[in-house]
Design a protein around this ligand. Structure first.
Ligand code: SAM
Length: 221
C-alpha cells in the first residue's frame, strides 16, 4: 500500500514510523510511505501557505492553492484523499479496516485554524477525526491512522491471528490475558486457562470479553 502525507511538519514523522512493526512494514515494501512538505507547493518568496480568514476571526487558514497543486501532483484516479479534521467522522477500527483495503491514500494534515472550505468541498473523499479534542496540527492524527491501517495489511503482523482476536475486531473489547507465573504474589491465573481445554478456554474468553465490554463500553454492544 502507498500512503502519501501532506504536512507542514515532515520532521515529526521521523521516529514514530521508524520503529518496530511499521519500520519492518516499510523495509519489506508492504508500506510505501512518502511524507511531503506543503511548503514545497508554495511558490512565493516566503513559501506562504496560510492567510487570514475572510470575514475576520482569530488565526490563519491554509490557502487552497498549494494544497490543490500538491493533490494534483501526488494523486491518481485510485487515490483516496483524506482530510484530517476535528469535524470529520471519528476514526475507529472499522474505518482502519476499510482504509487497509485501499491501494493508495493521501492524508492531508492541517495546521493553524484548518483549511479553506474549498479544499474540503473539492478535494476530500473523506474527512477523519481521531477524537473529540483539538490538536495543534494533523501530524499526530496522520501517524495514528497510518499505524492502525498498516498493522492490518496482510503480512505486516507476524502472527496473523493477533489482528483478528483483539479489541474491536468483533465489536467487543479484548478479554483479560495472563502470562507466567501462574501465581504471582498470591494473584492467581483463572483455572480454566491452565486446564488445556481449548473449547472451554474459548468459551470463557468470549464471556469475559462480553463482561468487560458491557462494563466499560456498553455503547459498543
Ligand atoms: N479550527 C479547527 C476546528 O475548530 O475544528 C481546529 C484546527 S486544528 C488547531 C489544526 C489542524 O490539526 C486541523 O486542521 C487538523 O488537520 C488537525 N487536527 C486537530 N485535531 C484533530 C483531530 N482531533 N482529528 C484530526 N485532525 C485534527
Amino acid at each position: 500500500m502507498k500512503i502519501d502525507v501532506l504536512t507542514l511538519f515532515p520532521a515529526m514523522f521521523a521516529g514514530p514510523l521508524d520503529e518496530s512493526i511499521i519500520k519492518r512494514a516499510r523495509e519489506s515494501g508492504l508500506l510505501d510511505l512518502r511524507v511531503h512538505n506543503l511548503r514545497d507547493y508554495a511558490h512565493d518568496r516566503h513559501r506562504t501557505v496560510d492567510d487570514r480568514p475572510f470575514g475576520g476571526g482569530p488565526g490563519m487558514l491554509l490557502k487552497p492553492e498549494p494544497i490543490f497543486e500538491a493533490v494534483e501532483n501526488l494523486t491518481s484516479e485510485i487515490t483516496r484523499i483524506i482530510l484530517l479534521s476535528p469535524s470529520g467522522r471519528t476514526f475507529n477500527q472499522a474505518i482502519a479496516g476499510e482504509l487497509a483495503e485501499s491501494k493508495d491514500l493521501l492524508l492531508i494534515s492541517g495546521h493553524y485554524e484548518g483549511f479553506d472550505e474549498r479544499v474540503r468541498e473539492q478535494l476530500a473523499d473523506d474527512e477523519l477525526s481521531i477524537g473529540d479534542y483539538v490538536l495543534t496540527n494533523g501530524a499526530l492524527p496522520a501517524m495514528v491512522i497510518i499505524d492502525a491501517v498498516t498493522r492490518l495489511l496482510p503480512g505486516v503482523l507476524g502472527d496473523e491471528e493477533s489482528a483478528h482476536e483483539e479489541s474491536f475486531s468483533h465489536g467487543l473489547l479484548e478479554y483479560p490475558q495472563y502470562t507466567r507465573p501462574a501465581d504471582f504474589r498470591g494473584m492467581k491465573v483463572p483455572d480454566v486457562l491452565l486446564s488445556g481445554d481449548h473449547a472451554e478456554i474459548a468459551r470463557g474468553r468470549g464471556e469475559q470479553a462480553l463482561v468487560r465490554t458491557s462494563e466499560r463500553r456498553p455503547d459498543l454492544l
